[in-house]
Design a binder for this molecule. Structure first.
Ligand SMILES: [Zn+2]
Length: 232
């Protein structure tokens, strides 16, 4: 009897960890992690920007290849670099909400704090561009019932990923990251990258080049998911 209880508690704990930590679990929040298509099309997403140094270089490369990406922005960074965000919009990229301050404690926040994080990021983006985002990606991909409720109430579509590059992990070579991304390419893939990472521009160029060699086209998230990015 005792073992049954212990096993049940362990199983429940593991389930709750998975439900919170796996962006694709869909337990607390319906999350779109890939497109339904058989065509060899994929899309690029960048989190945590804009970064003063690296984001313009990433934008230069996207422009060179005429690729439209999606940027999940941190509100505080938007306030610091509104011109970079304006450039994203002018060049046809999608901008989206990734909370205002992206704190490690976000998953422990109260309902009011979560709502403020979402609203303040939206406001920063509105101030910079006049656009009200309808797409959201939770920091660290972590969700819980409080985040789930706040996001639903505000009417966002939550965007996950199907290929996590793990480009932020120190000690991994660019080649390792690139090879891992390329090995996982599949029709409708949503690729997660960070435009704040050192050499994000070089990594991007290598991923585009290897992806194209494998017959993949890099298209906009709108094309992959057929969704609206903004309020109006
Ligand atoms: Zn992030």
């Amino acid at each position: 009897m005792c073992w049954i209880i212990i096993t049940s508690v362990i199983s429940l704990t593991l389930f709750l960890i998975w439900a919170s930590a796996d962006i694709g679990s869909n337990v607390y929040l319906k999350t779109l992690c890939k497109g339904k298509t058989t065509k060899k099309v994929v899309t690029l997403t960048f989190d945590d920007g804009p970064d003063k140094e690296m984001t313009p270089r990433v934008l230069d490369i996207l422009k060179e290849y005429n690729i439209k990406a999606t940027f999940f922005l941190i509100g505080k960074n938007v306030e610091k670099h509104p011109d970079i965000v304006k450039r994203m919009v002018a060049e046809g990229h999608i901008i989206a909400n990734h909370t205002h301050s992206h704190q490690g404690t976000f998953p422990m926040s109260s309902s009011k704090q979560v709502n403020n994080e979402l609203e303040n990021c939206d406001e920063a983006i509105r101030q910079a561009t006049g656009k009200s985002p309808k797409l959201f990606r939770p920091p660290f991909g972590v969700t819980n019932p409080i985040i789930g409720n706040a996001v639903r109430k505000r009417g966002y579509s939550t965007i996950g990923w199907s290929i996590r590059s793990l480009d932020t992990i120190k000690g991994r070579s660019r080649k390792e990251v690139r090879d891992k991304v390329v090995a996982k390419l599949h029709p409708g893939a949503i690729i997660l990258l960070h435009d704040r990472c050192e050499k994000a521009d070089e990594l991007l160029r290598e991923i585009i080049s290897a992806g194209k060699q494998n017959g993949y086209d890099f298209v906009s998230l709108k094309e992959i998911l057929n969704i609206k990015a903004y309020e109006n």
